[in-house]
Ligand binder design. Structure first.
Ligand SMILES: Cc1cc2nc3c(=O)[nH]c(=O)nc-3n(C[C@H](O)[C@H](O)[C@H](O)COP(=O)(O)O)c2cc1C
Length: 284
């Protein structure tokens, strides 16, 4: 089994790198072949929004290192991604790659059986609301099923090495991901912290028309207060048709595809109306 570790921090020997490598070392000890890719060493251009990958199923035209990432992903049987928190969410490289992963659309639709695990790192508890959520999006866009995830707290580079509980947790994560990779997809179970949402195990909910909705998977829940505590009753339909389910994801892509003919039929009018914006002076 090949386990790939992805490091989303620029800091060499920083907390993310140490934790990802600790998890990989454990997987290696248990018989895995391991490989590491520092995402911050890749030259990744932003998605240009041309949509040729979606509308024409073309390969991405951007010539940068995204294909190195893609190749490594293809060659792996399991993936561990780690990233530090920068301003409440994962460092920018994670979102840069998520955007480019739109070119994986078909894989995301039909994939989702390769197991993976997430390592989030933050300096201060409570200052990381979007870190794990976006790292889950990263995995969804790669078609990877998250079987374990954990958030770790440390500030100075490598400080996590002094936290034995954290280092043990990273080891366990490496073991969990390898064990999942050795099982058929239907037998792989989720081994991370449960969280509130039963689908993505995140605690990021918004209030919509009297329902709570998971920001990540759109699972709905009715809140009730029982003995001064909030209890959530999850809506069965939305549990089945969550954002990352094949049915809903297909609907999402057909909504994008439907926009093509509509746009083309109105293109000339849009171009005429856009002229005054094109002529507006730019700094660069
Ligand atoms: C630019 C920057 C922004 C940061 N923002 C946050 C933040 O919003 N919340 C937080 O908990 N930690 C924040 N941190 C702290 C890092 O998440 C923390 O130091 C982490 O251990 C870095 O991981 P690394 O050593 O793998 O790079 C920030 C660090 C930097 C450099």
């Amino acid at each position: 089994m090949k386990v790939l570790g992805l490091i989303g921090s620029y800091r060499k020997s920083g907390n993310t790198e140490v934790l990802v490598k600790e998890a990989l070392m454990e997987a290696q000890k248990l018989g895995a072949q391991v490989d590491v890719l520092r995402l911050t060493d890749l030259k990744i251009e932003p998605c240009k929004g041309c949509m040729a990958c979606v509308f024409k199923q073309e390969e991405c035209k951007i010539r940068d290192d995204w294909n190195i990432f893609r190749k490594k992903l293809d060659e792996s049987d399991a993936v561990i991604i780690g990233a530090p928190t920068y301003l409440l969410g994962p460092a920018g490289i994670v979102k840069m790659i998520i955007d480019r992963n739109i070119a994986f659309q078909t894989r995301t639709l039909h994939g989702g059986s390769k197991p993976g695990a997430i390592i989030g790192v933050a300096g201060i508890k409570g200052w990381e609301p979007f870190t794990m959520a976006l790292l889950n999006v990263f995995m969804f866009t790669c078609g990877i099923k998250v079987v374990d995830q954990a958030i770790f707290y440390a500030q100075g580079p490598g400080e996590i090495l002094l936290d034995e509980t954290a280092m043990e947790r990273a080891k366990k994560l490496g073991k969990n991901v390898l064990q999942a990779a050795n099982k058929p997809a239907e037998d792989q179970t989720y081994l991370g912290e449960q969280g509130v949402c039963p689908v993505c195990h995140q605690n990021l909910f918004s209030l919509k028309n009297g329902f709570l909705e998971c920001a990540l998977c759109q699972v709905k829940a009715k809140p009730e207060i029982i003995n001064n505590k909030i209890r959530l009753s999850f809506d069965r339909e939305s549990l089945k048709a969550h954002r990352w389910s094949e049915a809903l994801f297909e609907k999402f892509f057909s909504a994008i595809l439907d926009s093509g003919p509509r746009f083309l039929s109105q293109k000339d009018e849009i171009k005429k109306r856009a002229e005054r914006y094109i002529n507006f002076p730019h700094t660069i």
